[in-house]
Design a protein around this ligand. Structure first.
Ligand code: C5P
Length: 408
């Protein structure tokens, strides 16, 4: 992916042991398509050398406001104006205090103050000891910086270099990368609460066997990530899959269709959008055996009786309509043939405004997909692309329809 293609980022390092993670972050930003100009404070140079960051970024590192390489001798003006964002990682407690007061006695803080505030975002990745992070002065500074329009990313929790355990670690480079990518996505779902189901369900036959399907959950997880990037609060109800939870998404793990319905109903009251990507088992064994069903050597096979599972999507769409509640419901159809006709029929049967068709065998477990969107005005194709790219496009399509006032 090239999610940061065309973006120019000033990566600022301030004094903290997390400087070692900034090297990996620099590399990750560049791999994602960004160009990176590193600026370091004198304290940061105590932890990592400019040589490392120069090699990784492919640009000489700046650390002094008196750097004579700029013909104008004003690096704070030039470097801050050409950036899409200044990302300070790690950002120390002391540096946040400086930013708060608009101090500008070295290059990095000078650049933050001199940047055109409406065009160049300021993103901070705090990193410090847990007591320093919890201190009222730091928390006050964070609140004020956010009120001033600065984006302050979360801190991680766990073992700290000082030997203590708690909140204040800098996020991992992969987490910061996801947050930076999300920052640049359009915020088309601000104020919405999106509930997503994903993955297969597993219907027990006995304690060691069950019925499931080949759904990987990747499409639903990508949709949850895209909805979060678009500014929504997101709850992801996931069947048994081993995928990483997208950043900032609340995840509820379930096993069976009945568990999934329960989890969805628990969260539905505050949801404004419901996207059902899960491949829910249509049937479950009428009775799951308490003990493992044994072969008895006679060649006799067990016979299974099935009952139909609840239709989660249809249930939610119907109850929202019954309560005249604004819940925009989106269904998925994984078909093996006749996608258009089957998806149209499914849209009517489920009673949802938008039905997204895909060819199941061509997408299960894959990283890419192609989608066919069916709504009241017809069909629209989203051509084959990665699931995350398609998820972002689908979120935009949903946002357009919500804005136009279409409801379940
Ligand atoms: O009926 P079918 O399984 O083909 O419908 C697919 C759509 O309905 C998907 O959006 C799926 O998540 C949803 N569904 C559901 N509960 C079921 C079966 C399907 O929510 N029991």
């Amino acid at each position: 992916m090239n999610d940061l293609a065309g973006k120019h980022i000033v990566l600022g390092l301030t004094g903290g042991i997390a400087c070692y993670k900034a090297a990996e972050l620099c590399r990750a930003l560049i791999k994602e398509g960004a160009s990176v100009q590193v600026v370091m404070t004198a304290a940061a140079e105590q932890f990592i050398t400019p040589v490392t960051l120069q090699a990784l970024s492919g640009r000489t590192v700046y650390s002094s406001q008196w750097d004579a390489r700029e013909p104008s001798n004003m690096p704070h003006i030039k470097l801050s104006r050409e950036a899409d964002a200044i990302l300070i990682a790690p950002c120390s407690a002391d540096f946040m205090a400086k930013l708060l007061h608009g101090r500008a006695d070295e290059l990095l803080s000078l650049m933050c103050l001199a940047r055109p505030i409406a065009q160049v975002a300021l993103l901070l990745a705090p990193a410090m000891n847990r007591e320093m992070w919890a201190h009222p002065a730091t928390q006050r500074n964070v609140a004020q910086l956010m009120a001033d329009g600065t984006t302050v990313f979360d801190v991680g929790s766990g073992d700290q270099a000082c030997g203590e355990t708690g909140d204040g670690r800098m996020l991992e480079p992969s987490e910061l990368l996801e947050d930076v990518i999300a920052f640049f996505q359009p915020k088309s779902l601000l104020g919405q609460h999106v509930l997503v189901t994903a993955g297969p369900t597993y219907e027990a036959i006995d304690p060691v066997r069950g019925i499931t399907n080949l759904s990987s959950g990747k499409m639903g997880f990508a949709i949850a990530r895209a909805a979060r990037e678009a500014g929504a609060e997101v709850t992801l109800v996931a069947g048994p899959v081993s995928l990483a939870t997208p950043r900032g998404v609340a995840r509820v793990d379930v096993i069976s269709a009945q568990d999934m319905l329960q989890a969805v109903q628990d969260k539905a009251a505050t949801a404004t959008v419901f996207i059902a990507t899960a491949a829910v088992a249509d049937w479950r064994p009428a009775h799951a055996a308490d003990h493992k069903i044994k072969k008895d050597g006679s060649g006799a096979t067990p016979s299974l009786n099935f009952v139909e599972n609840p239709d989660i999507l249809a249930t939610l769409a119907q109850s929202a309509r019954g309560q005249s509640r604004a819940l925009y419901c989106v269904g998925f159809a994984a078909e093996s043939h006749d996608l258009l006709a089957n998806a149209k029929a499914k849209r009517a049967r489920k009673g949802v405004p938008l039905l997204v068709g895909n060819i199941g065998p061509a997408t299960f477990g894959q990283d890419d997909n192609a989608l066919l969107l069916i709504d009241e005005s017809g069909a629209k194709e989203l051509a084959r692309a990665s699931k995350l790219v398609l998820a972002r496009k689908l979120i935009v399509e949903i946002a357009i329809r919500i804005k136009a006032g279409v409801r379940a």
